[in-house]
Unconditional design. Sequence first.
Length: 263
Amino acid sequence: MYAIGERINGMFKSVAAAIRDHNPEPIQQLARDQLAAGASALDINVGPAAADPVAAMEWLVRTVREVTEQPLAIDTTKPDVMRRGLELAGPESIINSTKGQQEQLDIFLPMAVEHSASVIVLTIDENGIPRDANGRSEIALRAVASAMEHGLDPERLMVDAVILPTNVAQPTGGHVLETIRNVKLLSDPAPKTVLGLSNVSQGTTQRPLINRTYLVMALAAGLDAAILDVLDSEMMNAMIAAEILLNRVVYADDFLRAYRASR
């Protein structure tokens, strides 16, 4: 699975302080730690408190680029911030994210083509988040059609079926799994599927258990990628074991170490 480390995010107090003080050490250590834990890419989010989000994104991307050339997911809803982040991050970046509304797709899909990036599309439109898998799948299908119109390879489209906290929206878990299965049938080649995993456990008392259990369930449904806390070693171990059992990677007796060494 393509694991996107979620921790370089200004929503975390330590990251927000590092951005404010232009202190590279905590940011670069988070980058190193997440990559060592098995991250394939790193999410980069300046958070809501940055006075100048474009300048903050410039500093954050440059700081991370000093220690790794791994792909970066530029996490913002602001087109000017996104564009600057992509310019500095380079090819193979990820736009995280756009909603499935046509006016937003018309902004971010051409940007993905211009910068050789992938783009995460949330199954949310002007009517909000659909109540079931059929509504989510309809938005995903429209996003696939729009991607083709803009010249973006469907394999660079990453559909996020939008998992909600299980303590307030328990039926959503099943709808999201069904959507993941449906997305595989939308085109050939099919779009990728991705989840912002931590949302499923928001506000619950057993967050690590819920996260790792749902991740394994989603992998079995065909999930390709997730934005998650790769520093949760138990969750990553469960993910690696699921990859083995689903025959996605070759078994070895020391499969945990071998998987991490291959990232």
